[in-house]
Design a protein around this ligand. Structure first.
Ligand code: FES
Ligand SMILES: [Fe+2]
Length: 424
């Protein structure tokens, strides 16, 4: 149970809040690279941490995120022309570079001396890595290192990502990933098909045979390692599913040796909306046809998206297309895709931003408790003037998840160490 103050600290993300400041200390994934495919491609709207921005890639390939308001008469720069090294407002033609400097004021005869003092209200740098476009919204002198996730180093063919916009607070959505116990219930179904089961381990019968996992939770230099231990297939083994939570809002879902691994990313839009990236990768090989087919088309591991939007087809407005007959006879939920099963419960847990004072947490929720503590600690430290160390040491993010059986006398840290270290 959290106090009201703690819940507010963790979930309020708008300008002026402490969580806003903490998120600003990190590079934040904001767009799929394909949303900004080439120099001078159309500008893109993006709202992050309660700030409305326009992102663009200039003629030289530099990326900037500008406050959406043109400093002249506050027209929205989203309508602007991205041309010759800057974004030109369509109202009166003023033009800005990726750093927010005004380059041209074509509707004034002698603009020199005036133009030099015009800057957009905000301008943040962007970079492209791992198939995503990232933004840094914090103080320039504290510019962090990008996190060295394994998936930021593999070729594009080894990775697949989707982006969604969810109508819930980032923490609500993220806590679902560190709630290993729900997998045995919410996602229960006799079969998801071979590709889905290889991708997640979700169909592993050991998951449903033992629905009371024991947790080993370890604070690490990147976040928290969350190891759920279940009874193994034999008398001498345990079945381990190890997920990772990384500062400030990444999870790597437990995944099998030799299968593609799965990273989820939540970036707050505002208190009640979240950008959600769902990303799969393999360190050594391109994703297989079967894997990609499942991710792109089957609608089990990746929900279908309404074309031209980032809204899942199964959404709150249509009750996630729940089928009560399927719920009675086949699956636990009657909801088709695994992510939509999550959305159905997470979009409305006491509404889009839950009051954690009302919960009754049990021992199965130990991981959730630990991650909240870690975030609260980071907020306290930042308040006391200590910068988050994870933001300045990208190498800490070179970790993986795990899904394997180990002999009972082998500790997970030892038996899983080699596999949990990223290869690149
Ligand atoms: S409002 Fe943008 S140029 Fe006038
Ligand atoms: Fe889930």
């Amino acid at each position: 149970m959290l106090t009201h103050e703690e819940n507010e600290l963790l979930t309020r993300v708008g300008p002026g809040t402490e969580m806003n400041e903490l998120f600003r200390r990190f590079w934040l994934p904001a767009l799929l690279a394909e949303e900004m495919p080439a120099p001078d491609s159309p500008p893109v709207r993006v709202t992050l941490l309660g700030e409305e921005l326009v992102a663009f890639k200039d003629t030289a390939g530099r990326i900037g995120f500008l406050d959406k308001r043109c400093p002249h008469r506050l027209a929205n720069l989203f309508w602007g022309r991205n041309e010759e090294g800057g974004l030109r407002c369509i109202y009166h033609g003023w033009k800005y570079d990726v750093e927010g400097n005004c380059l041209d004021i074509p509707n004034v005869a002698r603009s020199d001396g005036f133009r030099e003092n015009i800057k957009t209200f905000a301008a943040y740098p962007g970079i492209e890595r791992g198939g995503l476009v990232w933004v840094y919204m914090g103080p320039k002198e504290l510019t962090p290192e990008p996190p060295e996730f394994e998936w930021t180093h593999v070729p594009d063919s080894h990775r697949y990502a989707r982006k969604m916009v969810l109508p819930s607070n980032y923490l609500q959505s993220m806590e679902g990933d560190i709630d290993s116990s729900h997998v045995s219930f919410l996602h229960r179904l006799p079969s998801y098909g071979p590709a889905a089961e290889t991708l997640t381990g979700i169909g592993n019968p050991l998951m449903s045979q033992d629905r009371t996992p024991r947790w080993t939770i370890k604070d690490t230099d990147y976040g928290v390692m969350l190891a759920a231990r279940r009874a193994g297939g034999g008398d001498d083994s345990y079945y381990w599913r190890v997920g990772q939570w990384l500062m400030p809002s990444y999870t790597i879902i437990a995944g099998k040796r030799d299968a593609a691994l799965h990273c989820n990313i939540r970036v707050p839009i505002d208190d009640e909306h979240t950008i959600y990236f769902r990303l799969w990768w393999h360190a050594d090989r391109p994703l297989s046809e079967a894997e990609l087919d499942d991710l792109k088309h089957a609608g089990i591991m990746m929900p279908e998206i309404i074309p031209g939007t980032f809204v899942p087809v199964e959404n709150k407005g249509n009750d996630y297309l729940i089928d009560r007959e399927t719920q009675r006879t086949l699956s636990f939920t009657g909801i088709k895709s695994v992510p939509a099963q999550d959305f159905a419960v997470q979009d409305d847990q006491d509404g889009p931003r839950m009051d954690r004072r009302l919960e009754h947490l049990a021992s199965s929720d130990a991981a959730i408790i630990q991650v909240r503590r870690r975030l609260l600690r980071a907020l306290r430290e930042l308040r006391e003037g200590q910068e988050p160390p994870e933001a300045h040491d990208g190498a800490r993010y070179s970790v993986r998840s795990l899904d394997m059986e180990l002999p009972k006398d082998v500790a997970i840290e030892d038996g899983g160490r080699e596999y949990m270290t990223a290869k690149v």
